[in-house]
Design a protein around this ligand. Structure first.
Ligand SMILES: Nc1nc2c(ncn2[C@@H]2O[C@H](COP(=O)(O)OP(=O)(O)OP(=O)(O)O)[C@@H](O)[C@H]2O)c(=O)[nH]1
Ligand SMILES: [Mg+2]
Length: 343
């Protein structure tokens, strides 16, 4: 717990470990990162607990990260817990914030230390099959905040990353609620551009068959909507067309985090999503990195040209620029000095 005057705490014991040399994870065996996102109370934390116990049962090692600073009881042992680093109640007091502002600020403070988390993950990655992340209850705190984007993008730049969008199935049986939830999922898909698995949770209460039917049979959904007179039918119909596109490439798993049903189906969907990451997302990242490298090289060339220009202005003197390209800088300090001698 944090001291009364200081909202941020020292990093957890494991975080003090000095970081290993720069990321090598692209070369070695890589775990799949599963980020659990979903509306408040959809069952993310219970689902995380189930995932954790499932991977232990099938003897696949995992690493668990809790990013929800407001959770009171965690039903699984987290390897990294945001609550060990930031006390969100103290953050609320110190910054004079409400609960959501407190959670958001706590997440922002934690994100400033995310390089340490990455270093730890990188060290453990070769021995892991999965890295699981639980996110705060209020979905928008993670999905629409800079820190959520930084965490997601940083992980996705290094590891195959999949979003598990957890849905409260019993609460989605009304066509309008179902559609709102799907539109939200759709917006997250387009924001993160990461492979996606729709996890219909709580199937021990209501089977997710109705959802699969609505997602595959447009007319069945229209018929259900016609009975739902409380909503603007025309608007909903056009939304359906948007959603049809979304449904095309989406993977669905019906699970019960409570009973453990549907876990194999979920992990099959994750395996497919990982392939999608490798074939579609990773090449995009590499393209982005290449563009970045090119921009940096262009900037370097421009600076060099400017430097040469400045030197030409220095009347009658020429300077050897060989040393600028000399990778051995520091190894032969005397040589380096000589290269810069004005002749
Ligand atoms: N029947 C049933 N209840 C479930 C299932 N999964 C979760 N719950 C219940 O749903 C409630 C919310 O579960 P949590 O796991 O805390 O949900 P969450 O999404 O992490 O909640 P926040 O982090 O507060 O948004 C709890 O009462 C759980 O017991 C399930 O598969 N079946
Ligand atoms: Mg939770």
């Amino acid at each position: 717990m944090a001291s009364q005057s200081q909202p941020t705490q020292a990093p957890p014991a494991e975080m003090h470990v000095s970081p290993p040399p720069a990321a090598s994870s692209m070369d070695s065996k890589q775990p799949t990162v599963i980020i659990c996102i979903g509306m408040a109370g959809s069952g993310k934390t219970t689902f995380m607990q189930r995932l954790n116990s499932h991977i232990h049962t099938v003897k696949k090692p995992g690493y668990v990260v809790n990013l929800d600073p407001a959770v009171t009881q965690l039903p699984f042992g987290a390897n990294i817990d945001i609550r060990d680093t930031v006390n969100y109640k103290e953050v609320m007091k110190q910054y004079n914030l409400g609960p959501n502002g407190g959670i958001l600020t706590a997440l922002n403070l934690f994100t400033t230390k995310f390089d340490q988390v990455l270093a730890l993950l990188d060290k453990r990655a070769p021995t892991l099959d999965y890295i699981l992340l639980d996110t705060p209850g209020q979905i928008e705190i993670f999905t629409w905040s800079a820190s959520g984007t930084i965490i997601t993008d940083t992980l996705a730049a290094t590891y195959p990353t999949v979003i598990a969008y957890v849905i409260d199935t019993p609460r989605s049986t009304s066509p309008a609620t179902f559609m709102s939830n799907m539109l939200y999922a759709c917006s997250i898909l387009y924001k993160t551009k990461l492979p996606f698995v729709l996890v219909f949770n709580k199937t021990d209460v209501v089977s997710h068959d109705f959802a699969v039917e609505w997602m595959t049979d447009f007319e069945a959904f229209q018929a259900a909507l016609e009975e739902d007179t409380s909503y603007m039918g025309g608007l909903v119909s056009s939304m359906c067309l948007v959603l049809e596109e979304f449904y095309k490439g989406i993977r669905v798993a019906g699970v019960s985090a409570m009973s453990g049903a549907g876990m194999d189906e979920f992990f099959d969907a994750v395996a497919e999503a990982r392939v999608e990451y490798e074939t579609e997302y990773k090449p995009e990242i590499e393209k982005m990195l290449e563009v970045k490298r090119e921009k940096e090289e262009q900037k370097r060339q421009e600076s060099l040209a400017k430097l040469m220009q400045d030197m030409k202005l220095d009347k009658g003197k020429e300077v050897s620029l060989d040393a600028v390209y000399d990778d051995r800088a520091g190894e032969h300090e005397d040589d380096e000095q000589q290269d810069f001698v004005t002749v």
